[in-house]
Design a protein around this ligand. Structure first.
Ligand code: HEC
Length: 188
């Protein structure tokens, strides 16, 4: 069972009161930087293990291509769920600049700039008629890419996701790599 299905089971089992208390707790936490982004032509050789990529390269690298390679800074600490041991994301060279352009440039025609809804600092905001637009700055690029791909394929749908569906359908995989690399490089 994938992470999303597990999460749905947990969420469905929670009472409204439990959901409220959990929301208050999460809202009280101060976001802090978790991802270190590195632009590069090559990345460590990795393999999937559980729900993560694991670096088993012993120093060996391979061309990064059109991928974001996100691995823990210290695998053992991540396995122990140490809340102070973060992740590193290798992204193709040039991602940060083209990601910034796609995210911020208003009126370049192809897509609506993300800052129009997610806010200038991309930390989310409340918008009349749309509700809460979530924060996307400083978050896991793999997680953000998964959401964009799910909007694009229609796997993620809900009453608030209509806006995102139209937008994501115009994004190529290369755009998603650049966008999520840039977003991960920002302060949450
Ligand atoms: C017209 C307003 C609008 C624009 C423009 C927009 N978004 Fe969104 N975005 C939303 C809303 C509303 C949601 C919440 C959708 C939901 O609840 O399912 C969302 C959700 C997301 C999510 C999922 C976040 C999460 O916590 O799961 C990502 C990732 C995202 N947007 C990225 C982007 C990117 C990248 C762009 C620019 C290419 C963009 N958005 C432009 C309104 C917008």
């Amino acid at each position: 069972m994938g992470p999303a299905s597990r999460m749905i089971l947990v969420a469905e089992a929670a009472t409204p009161e439990e959901t409220r208390v959990a929301s208050e707790y999460f809202a009280s936490l101060k976001p802090r930087r978790w991802i270190r982004v590195v632009e590069t032509g090559t990345a460590p050789v990795t393999r999937p293990a559980g729900w993560m990529l694991v670096d088993e390269s012993a120093g060996a690298t391979e061309p990064i291509g059109e991928r974001v390679i996100e691995i823990s800074e210290d695998f053992e600490q991540s396995e122990l769920r140490n809340p102070t041991s973060g992740f590193v994301a290798y992204v193709p060279r040039g991602s940060l600049k083209s990601g910034e352009m796609l995210v911020r440039t208003v009126g370049h025609g192809r897509i609506m700039a993300c800052v129009m809804c997610h806010g200038q600092n991309l930390k989310g905001q409340y918008m009349k008629g749309m509700g809460d637009v979530p924060p996307i700055a400083g978050r896991s690029p793999s997680q953000m890419a998964r959401q964009l791909i799910d909007f694009r394929s229609g796997a993620r749908q809900g009453k608030n996701s209509a806006q995102m569906r139209g937008l994501a359908s115009k994004l190529s995989n290369k755009d998603i790599v650049a966008i999520t690399g840039y977003l991960a490089s920002l302060n949450p």
